[in-house]
Each structure stands twice: as structure tokens, then as C-alpha cells.
Design a protein around this ligand. Structure first.
Ligand SMILES: [Zn+2]
Length: 300
């Protein structure tokens, strides 16, 4: 059995697991991310979580191919460090790949989290083998990755640029990037929470499932903005399918149904007709599966 260890470092939480070549996560754990200050405590926490998983593999006579690491933010050209993310300053410029290689004595491959997420959907998820695929992840921030003809689109920071910072409302709330009313400012964990009177995302989703009208409306409004954003991105990438993952997308159809409706209303007719918008089947673990793909089933 071919296996890879995988780490997905987000702005709020870090997920760690072991993934087999069938895409199944055989061991998993999540820890909080300390997004500012010294990076070493986070590295140590990842080490003490992953080490027992690797030891358990060793006891069964298994060796992972390596450690795939997905991190939120732009990467340097040799994929050794994340170099830019306002939501994760602790790790900016920190040599993550060499640090992992030294800590575990295994090969490490580093990837932008939005690329890892879209790769997971392309290999094992909701959009397998789709020729032109846009995958967005809605969590602390909003990121997007693009696969075109079997290759990841890389032109800025080793990814498809900052799709979360197209401007939807110039009078909108300030964004982490310094502009106003970006897609990320309108569609993210903070934006959803703001629309729901400051409640945490998990509470909003639970309340909406229980029929709480305020929570349902907060998700519907978030979906409306997301649909507008995706309609604005479609003419650039002409995707056949769009996948929506991340912690906010755990709301499922409560978010996706209004997203599709808004998309159909705003998109140009060709895109409105032909694009399939789906959720993720990984329930927030797409970054871990995608990080493992860096060893199991990599793309250029
Ligand atoms: Zn922005």
C-alpha cells in the first residue's frame, strides 16, 4: 500500500493525517494554528501529533512516500517557504520544507492550500478528471486553485493568483489585503459570522440546520456573494466545474443552493448554462488529501 503523510496548515486550524493511494484518510487529527508570532510552537505541535502516526505505520512495516504539506498563502519558486499571507504571518518566509525534512527525515513537498484542495477534488473528489476546474476554499480566507488540461495554473506565488481578492463591492467592508469589498471580505468565516450577529461559523451552521431563520439568511447572503464572485471568475478560467470546500462550505446546500441561484443570475449565459457547482466530499479535509496527492498522484 502506497501512503503519504499530510499536513494542511490553515489560518485557524492545522489538520494532520495519513492518506492511502485510494484517497482514504487512515489517521487524522486537528490542532489550532497560532497564526502570529513565533512559528516554532506550531512546528512542535505538528511534530508531536504526526510522530505517533508515523510510529504506528512503522510498527505495521509501512513507510510513507513522504510528507505533503499544504499551506495557506503564496509560495517561493522552489516551494521551500510560504512568502505572503496576511492571515498567517507566523509562517511568512519560514523555511517550512527543510524544517519538515529535518524533523521527520522524510521527503517533503510544499503546496499552496488552494492548489492542494483543487487537486484533491480532481483526483478523488467531486470533479475527477474535469478538463477545466476551479476549486475555491472558504474558511478564514477565500482561496482558489485552477487545473487546466491536467496541470495546475501557476503564475503568481505558484498558484492562480489571489482569486479571493477580486472586488465585488467597492463600498464594502475593508479586506485583509487593504482593498474594500473583495470576494474574501464578503465570503469568509468572518463575513458569515458578522452576518449572524458574531456567532462562530459552526454555531451558525448548526442553528441553520435547526431552522434558525437568522442563520439561514446569513448563509443565503454569503452564498449570494459567492455566486456573484464565481460568476465574475468564470470568464477568466471558463471552468467546466467549480468545487466549493472549506469550513464555511460545511453548510452544504444551505450555502450552495443560494450560490448556484446567484451564479445563474449573474453569469454570462454560456457559463450560467454549462458550469456545475458542487460541494466537497472531504468535509474540510480536502487540503490533507491534496497534500498527500503531492506524493501519491502529483500533477505538474
Ligand atoms: Zn482583498
Amino acid at each position: 500500500m502506497r501512503l503519504a503523510a499530510a499536513v494542511d496548515i490553515g489560518g485557524t486550524s492545522t489538520k494532520i493525517g495519513i492518506v492511502g493511494e485510494d484517497g482514504h484518510i487512515s489517521a487524522r487529527a486537528a490542532i489550532p494554528t497560532s497564526a502570529a508570532g513565533d512559528p516554532l510552537p506550531l512546528l512542535e505541535a505538528i511534530g508531536s501529533t504526526l510522530r505517533p502516526m508515523l510510529d504506528a505505520l512503522g510498527t505495521s512495516g509501512l513507510t510513507p512516500l513522504g510528507i505533503g504539506v499544504s499551506v495557506a498563502g503564496f509560495l517561493d519558486p522552489d516551494h521551500s517557504a510560504m512568502i505572503e499571507n496576511a492571515n498567517l504571518r507566523a509562517l511568512c518566509g519560514f523555511p517550512l520544507r527543510p524544517a519538515f525534512e529535518e524533523m521527520f527525515a522524510l521527503d517533503c513537498r510544499l503546496e499552496v492550500d488552494s492548489n492542494a484542495a483543487v487537486l484533491a477534488e480532481y483526483r478523488y473528489g467531486a470533479a475527477q478528471g474535469v478538463r477545466r476546474l476551479l476549486g475555491v476554499t472558504v474558511g478564514t480566507g477565500l482561496g482558489g486553485g485552477v487545473i487546466l488540461d491536467g496541470a495546475l495554473l501557476r503564475h503568481t506565488g505558484e498558484c492562480a493568483g489571489d482569486v479571493g481578492h477580486i472586488i465585488l463591492d467597492p463600498e464594502g467592508p475593508p479586506c485583509s489585503c487593504g482593498a474594500r469589498g473583495c470576494l474574501e471580505a464578503m465570503v469568509s468565516a468572518a463575513a458569515l459570522s458578522r452576518r449572524a450577529g458574531g456567532r462562530p461559523v459552526r454555531d451558525v451552521i448548526t442553528s441553520a440546520r435547526g431552522g434558525d431563520q437568522g442563520a439561514v439568511t446569513a448563509l443565503a447572503e454569503t452564498g449570494w456573494w459567492l455566486g456573484l464572485g464565481l460568476a465574475s471568475l468564470s470568464p477568466l478560467f471558463a471552468p467546466h466545474a467549480i468545487t466549493v470546500g472549506g469550513g464555511v462550505a460545511a453548510a452544504g446546500e444551505l450555502l450552495l443552493a443560494p450560490t448556484r441561484e446567484s451564479y445563474r443570475r449573474h453569469a454570462t449565459p454560456a457559463h450560467a448554462r454549462d458550469v456545475r457547482i458542487t460541494g466537497s466530499r472531504f468535509h474540510g479535509w480536502e487540503g490533507v488529501v491534496g497534500a498527500a496527492c503531492l506524493f501519491l498522484t502529483p500533477l505538474p
